[in-house]
Design a protein around this ligand. Structure first.
Ligand code: NDP
Length: 450
């Protein structure tokens, strides 16, 4: 069965690929399994050297990878360049982490007790279409640093950069079988990885529905799982905030990547006393978002990833929005920047739209802001805008969410933990925290008695 890969901005064909099935998935798992014993024995400094080489190869091929990602996802080239830069940084970071992730000795009676960090074996990595190579690297870096071998399954819509990375890993000198990339349907290849008895762990990013499938499927073999799922994050703007700064930043916290971002602050909560002023500023800032050809350096927002996804996003906008921007004529899966006024009970405020649509919701005071922000099944990200430092900390502690920013909408850094509360998943990616999810603690007691 063949798979046609499209450019979402032009609807033109980018590639025609062979779709892998269960047989190819089993072959990749077998290759990863065969490569594991030798890979786990590679000296830490050599494993680090290979990760550094891969980072350097990503840097050497930066523009090619950024163009490929931009064309396949329809994302602006400026954003794609930033993402590929982060991929290289992630591999550099985990190259440096290989020999800094170690066990401990624990005081006990009658001997010495020590712990080791052991690799898990073969890990299956299932990634989505919104940040294909970036999210792949967040899983590959710690998995390889810990001594695991991997089978990476990119999303069928956007597999091109992951396939290229597979070639770069071989060029960097990773032994055959350590990094395997399999392109095929989630319900076939992904499902097989979840059920396969030789896969020790699934690192998954995607929808909450499929996250539930991963948990269910993993139960039969007690697989380890890390789940990074959806979000419905709140951007909470208090009356004492720098309103100009908060309003100028807000559109990019939800319309970046055309809103196809699990961290999108798609609920903008504004204190009632400044609601009108803030709304005025926000509409103006949203009007200025540059939507158009992703290949243009100045473009800030491109199309959605597919026609089917545009249908889904459209279904969320009923009636007349507060503001809706313009999109280019002609081909491409375009959807305009859209602002709607809502209550937290409306569908637009409860479900993840995964498109450029933001809901504006007023609140009366701090207690109500916290209550509304937490009134969601999700808990991934969020922002707090205030000049009151004590309030910033109080609210940050009260919000049921994994990744927060104060007077900023930026939540992802190579060296800091990333992941969700509640139905946004569990486990942490990035930083030193990610290493815990790709290794197992082994405890060894040695008697010193004569
Ligand atoms: P999915 O969860 O369906 O896809 C994510 C990955 O899982 C893809 O590689 C997909 O493969 C794979 N997959 C799909 N079904 C299965 C299965 N039964 N077993 C194993 N793997 C599977 O997300 P979508 O891409 O369809 O997006 C739908 C919604 O999910 C979005 O609208 C958004 O709400 C949310 N989402 C959240 C993301 C996040 O970053 N947290 C990222 C992407 C989506 P394939 O697509 O190749 O079939």
């Amino acid at each position: 069965m063949t798979l046609t890969i499209l450019n979402p901005a032009t609807e033109q064909r980018l590639a025609q690929l062979e779709r892998a099935g269960v047989e190819e998935t089993d072959a990749a798992v077998a290759a990863a399994r065969a490569a594991f014993p030798a890979w786990r024995k590679v000296a830490p400094t050599d494993r680090a050297r290979l990760l550094r080489r891969l980072a350097t190869l990503v840097e050497d091929n930066h523009e090619e990878l950024a163009r490929l990602e931009s064309r396949n996802v329809g994302k602006p080239i400026s954003g794609a360049r930033g993402e590929i830069g982060m991929v290289a940084q992630v591999f550099h970071y985990y190259a440096g982490a290989v020999d800094k992730h170690y066990g401990e000795t624990i005081p006990v009676a009658g001997g010495v007790d020590m712990t080791f960090r052991e690799p898990l074996g073969v890990v299956g990595l299932i990634v989505p279409w919104n940040f294909p190579l970036n999210i792949s690297s967040w899983k590959l870096g710690p998995a390889l640093a810990c001594g695991n071998t991997v089978v990476l399954k990119p999303a069928e819509l956007t597999p091109l950069t992951a396939m290229r990375l597979g070639d770069l890993a071989l060029e960097a000198g990773f032994p055959e079988g350590v990094v395997n990339v399999v392109v095929g349907k989630g319900s076939v290849v992904g499902q097989r990885l979840i059920e396969h008895p030789d896969v020790a762990k699934i690192g998954f990013t995607g929808s909450t529905d499929v996250g539930q499938e991963v948990m269910r499927g993993a139960a039969s073999t007690i697989k380890r799982v890390t789940l990074e799922l959806g979000g419905k994050s709140a951007n909470v703007v208090f009356a004492d905030a720098d309103l100009e700064k908060a309003a100028a930043s807000a559109p990019y916290s939800v319309f970046d990547n055309a809103g196809q971002d699990c961290c999108a602050r798609s609920r903008i909560l504004v204190e009632q006393s400044v609601y009108d002023r803030f709304t005025e500023l926000l509409v103006e800032a949203t009007r200025n978002v540059k939507v158009g050809d992703p290949e243009d350096d100045a473009t800030e927002m491109g199309p959605l990833v597919s026609a089917a996804h545009r249908e889904t996003v459209s279904s969320f906008v009923e009636g007349t929005p507060l503001f809706q921007g313009d999109v280019p004529d002609g081909p491409g899966f375009w959807f305009p920047c859209t602002l709607v006024e809502a209550t937290n009970d409306d569908r637009i405020a409860r479900e993840e739209v995964f498109g450029p649509v933001a809901a504006l919701i007023p609140f009366a005071d701090e207690a109500e802001a916290v209550a509304i922000a937490n009134d969601t099944p999700y808990g991934l990200s969020g922002s707090i805008w205030t000049r009151d430092g004590a309030r910033a900390l109080r609210v940050a502690r009260a919000l049921e969410t994994g990744v927060l920013s104060v007077n900023s909408n930026s939540s992802v850094r190579v060296s800091t933990p990333f992941g969700g509360f509640k139905q946004s998943g569990f486990g942490r990616e990035l930083g030193m925290h990610a290493l815990q999810s790709y290794s197992e603690v082994k405890n060894v007691f040695i008697s010193t008695e004569e």
